[in-house]
Design a protein around this ligand. Structure first.
Ligand code: ZN
Length: 251
């Protein structure tokens, strides 16, 4: 499934979850209802797109990297700058000038690999938070996940049900310590994440278990981004709207 299908499915999952939670423990003012549902649905869309951070060209990844053309340009510039820098130093022209060119080459190279660097840096921050500031163990888990993200195969660890189970448990425990909007965000992210795995099951690649790789579900019902997916997206949007209209009428 592509971005359109995943976000529509996640929005539907977020809407169902919000209405279920609101029915189980009703809120007194409509402002509270809108705040709660808004946070759950927004978090579910983020959660519904996040698993594809393990894919270099997914929508989630595009948010944290330059366009393919600019990446290519930066890689080329990086090579040229490094070359000039080393030539200047090796020919004994000027070490300072050489160092500046090499520095520029490293910066251009980093810009070409912005996604890797952002993922590694946020992962490292999470681990530091856990080690130094006693953050929740979810910080350790998320940090480790972000650190491996640039290096793992698409639809492997990050797309496995085992990862989803640990992530859900952790977020749920974290959320229950801070009821209100933190819990709403955790809940939304969890259902969005599962809706993503659910959506990927229908495609050709499917998802597989981390520990029992033979256990793989791929229903091969439609192609990524094809007409069937577009129709399912539209249906999910329609159902989400229906759910909220019905909820509004009953209230
Ligand atoms: Zn996916």
């Amino acid at each position: 499934m592509n971005k359109q299908g995943h976000s529509a499915l996640a929005f539907l999952a977020g809407s169902v979850t919000s209405v279920a939670a609101l029915t189980a423990s009703p809120m007194s003012t409509s402002l509270e209802v809108i705040g709660f549902a808004g946070v759950v649905c927004a978090a579910s869309i983020v959660g519904g797109l996040a698993p594809d951070l393990d894919h270099k060209t997914s929508t989630a990844s595009q948010k944290i990297q330059l366009s393919p053309r600019k990446r290519k340009l930066m890689r080329a510039l990086s090579g040229i700058f490094l070359f000039i820098g080393f030539v200047l130093i090796l020919l004994g022209y000027s070490i300072q000038a050489g160092a500046i060119w090499i520095g520029a080459g490293i910066i251009a190279g980093s810009l070409a690999r912005l996604r890797t660097i952002i993922l590694l840096a946020s992962g490292a921050l999470m681990l530091i938070g856990y080690a130094v500031y006693d953050w929740h163990w979810m910080a350790l888990f998320t940090g480790a996940a972000l650190l491996i993200m640039p290096f793992v195969k698409h639809r492997w660890i990050i797309h496995s049900p085992e990862f989803a189970i640990v992530l859900s448990l952790g977020l749920f425990v974290l959320g229950s310590q801070y009821p209100g909007l933190v819990m709403a965000s955790c809940l939304g992210f969890i259902v969005g994440w599962w809706s993503h795995l659910f959506g990927d099951i229908f495609g050709n690649d499917g998802i597989r278990s981390l520990f029992v790789p033979k256990f793989k579900i791929a229903l091969r019902l439609f192609d990524n981004g094809g007409a069937a997916e577009r129709m399912i997206s539209k249906l999910c949007q329609l159902f989400s709207i229906l759910i909220w209209v019905l909820y509004g009428l009953v209230l």
